[in-house]
Ligand binder design. Structure first.
Ligand code: UDP
Length: 235
């Protein structure tokens, strides 16, 4: 296999499936099966999941909620998704640990870098919930930071689009997909891969990113085996 330790980033929105809100049980099962395939190969799997299907900090102000308060609400939303995923993975026979960026001791462990690495070495799937634990960040930034901290080989950003395009393929039918692209080119062309904080962290630490379609069965396994799908972003 090409990658020994991966950081898989899943958006909260993806977990909605065809619903308008919350968690779609079919999608949850589908992701569980995909993750199991790579875990069974002996890949060490760390996961960051977003919270956009439940709450985003930027929504807060519109509802008369303070932005910082809203961001904490968003972090709690990611924990709800993380708990659902943890439960589904365990029902699928995998050992997992949920580590949170904010202390919620009755539910999960706090994030401790050395402990996270130990869990991964022991073959436990580690889910990082509650983001970094600070407002004004996103779960993309969490994915980049935690990937660097646990020395993951790559960030695999699972989306519903199968890579990075010259323009938004859902709006522009002439858009074409990049197989590989450099960090620099993404900046220059102002392409939307991750928010800038998350993106810069990967660039400065030479951590490659692959954007791929997580909804296509078998894609995650193929990536880990070294097949060229999605878009690879490197230095
Ligand atoms: N959030 C935060 N700090 C973090 C991670 C997340 O404040 O370190 C908040 C932020 O408000 C964000 C929300 O949690 O909007 C949900 O995360 P995100 O929008 O990244 O989820 P996704 O778009 O991946 O579903």
């Amino acid at each position: 296999m090409k990658y020994k330790r991966i950081l898989l980033k899943l958006s909260g929105e993806a977990l909605m499936g065809d619903k308008n809100y919350g968690i779609d049980p079919v999608r949850l099962q589908q992701y569980t099966q995909e993750i199991k395939k790579v875990h069974d190969m002996g890949v060490e799997v760390a996961i960051v999941i977003g919270g956009g299907n439940i709450f985003r900090g930027v929504q807060a102000e519109k509802s008369g909620i303070d932005r910082v308060q809203g961001d904490y609400m968003g972090m709690l939303a990611t924990l709800i998704n993380a708990m659902a995923l943890q439960s589904a993975l365990e029902q699928g026979g995998m050992y997992t640990r949920l580590m949170s960026g904010i202390k919620i001791e009755s539910v999960c462990e706090p994030f401790i870098r050395r402990r996270a690495i130990r869990h991964l070495e022991k073959g436990r799937i580690v889910i990082f919930g509650a983001g970094i634990g600070n407002p004004y960040f996103t779960t993309d930034s969490t994915a980049s930071l935690r990937a660097i901290e646990v020395e993951a080989d790559i960030v695999l950003k699972g989306t519903r689009v199968d890579g990075v395009y010259t323009a938004d393929p859902e709006k522009d039918p002439t858009a074409t997909k990049y197989k590989t692209i450099s960090f620099q080119e993404v900046y220059e062309k102002n392409l939307n891969v991750m928010d800038m904080t998350a993106f810069t962290l990967c660039q400065e630490n030479n951590l490659p990113i692959i954007v791929f379609d997580m909804n296509l069965a078998g894609n995650l396994k193929k990536l880990v085996e070294g097949e060229e799908i999605g878009t690879l972003i490197t230095s």
